[in-house]
Design a protein around this ligand. Sequence first.
Ligand code: PGA
Length: 252
Amino acid sequence: MRKKLLLGNWKMNKTPSEAKEFALGSKDMVEYAISHGIDVGVAPTFVCLQTVKENADPRLIVSAQNCNEHDHGAYTGEISIPMLQELGIDWVILGHSERREYNGETSEKCNEKIKALLAAKMHPVYCCGESEATFEKGETKKWVAEQIRVGLDGLTPEEAKEVVIAYEPIWAIGTGKSATKEIAEDTIGFIRRTLREMFGPVAADIRILYGGSVKPNNIAEYMSEEDIDGALVGGASLALDSYKGLIEGLVG
Ligand code: PGA
């Protein structure tokens, strides 16, 4: 049985004081989620990680939005895994479409980062998803399969089990145009079959999230689908009320 997961991707939003306010205000809802067997987390910017970690319920997952694959060195502007570990951060989102588009992140680079994270016993959340043009051409599965095969290349089944996958069609991110639950399930079921081909039966244990304009009023629809194990949520994860609505929708 895969545990449901709600992860809020804050992107480049919230100053440290705003992040602290959210952390302090989220304690009851984290308790509610945990008591219903759901994992919940947020991914603040690097500068807000510590304040969220220090002020939230310790069971709230606090994830970074990226990391570097090297432990230290001449990589200006980068943040390493040991730096995150010292803050008690053990989750990292990788390969988000915005990082692929604006920061040149490739599936090959994500693969290096995933391996570094797994070696450090951390949890990568690996994002995949197609553009509107790819979707219109009917090439979603081919595109996503390539991202999964390259991103998770060389992992053992035991390692693959530690990775969370997030399927986020780019045309649904921040647009208010969410994929229907049928489209999401169709692609996510396909991702699970791809994982089975790569890693065997452990594919049944790998959590796969849907992301893209998930809101309190539509999250429950996705959760009714067999292969969807939770959501990676941007805009609707920023305000406490809305985040609470997402948890309630997930609990059902
Ligand atoms: P959105 O973003 O929920 O604002 O569409 C999702 C994401 O990019 O992770």
